[in-house]
Design a protein around this ligand. Sequence first.
Ligand SMILES: [Zn+2]
Ligand SMILES: [Zn+2]
Ligand SMILES: [Zn+2]
Length: 285
Amino acid sequence: MTTLTNTEAFPLSTAKGFTRLYGIPVVAIEEDCGTLLMLGHPDERSILAVTAAQYRLVYGQRILPGRELDELIPFGVKKTWARAVPRDGYCPWHTELTGTDAEHALPITLVSVDWLEAEDVAVQEQCPVCGRASRTSDIASTPGRSGYSRVRTCRHCHTRWPSVDAYRVSLYKLRKPGGIDPAACFGCGCTPAWTCSPGCQMSDNPPITQPLCTTCQAPHNATTWQALTDAGYASPASDEQRDRWLYTQALRGTHPTTAATAWTERRALVRCRALAATARDRGNA
Ligand SMILES: [Zn+2]
Ligand SMILES: [Zn+2]
Ligand SMILES: [Zn+2]
């Protein structure tokens, strides 16, 4: 935000980047997107609804209840007037606060959201150990395949498993990790120069066609490795999340054939739920 005057100012209603939620144009501003700028002076209920919709539809997140949310309306909202001023670089315009009678001035509402607590919204999945529902996911690494992906952590028993990769339609995109070393371990990405644990080496006798380190090979015996490859682990037909699922389920003692069937069912169920959740989101904003 700037307070410099600029003769090329223009109305914020013509500025690029706004999304219309519940009929109110909104855009995240500031370097860390810590402020929502809404056009007009909406009432409290609309401010809360638009803020929640911005998190849900644009970020794929749910705002958590708590003191931060309670204090949003009394302390986090500023109603004022402003216009847009052009800027070079990554941001095509900035906001200039003005009096009510300045040229191109429009009523705006600034909502400080950077301290709100939020969590990723995921389509519901059941914990493979205790069966309780999980509705959130995170980005982390899980055994069985190198790289980062969506994972679930059960709130009740703390079991961690790779999330089925079907989500609500969201603007968030997971970046493809670039430049994976083909000589690195398939399971964890370690190399002789960058070992995953002290003394780890590349296996002389990997049970899969890709390189595997001794640390990733060790948890399973030859029979389990045979069952894993029979179930498609590390085959071109498998995908990353399925491989992670088969491997982590085998660590828990689930036979790969059983795990493969469970994955297919889980995937189908989550896809149905994702479609329903997306339809609901669209209807709600
Ligand atoms: Zn659980
Ligand atoms: Zn490894
Ligand atoms: Zn290793």
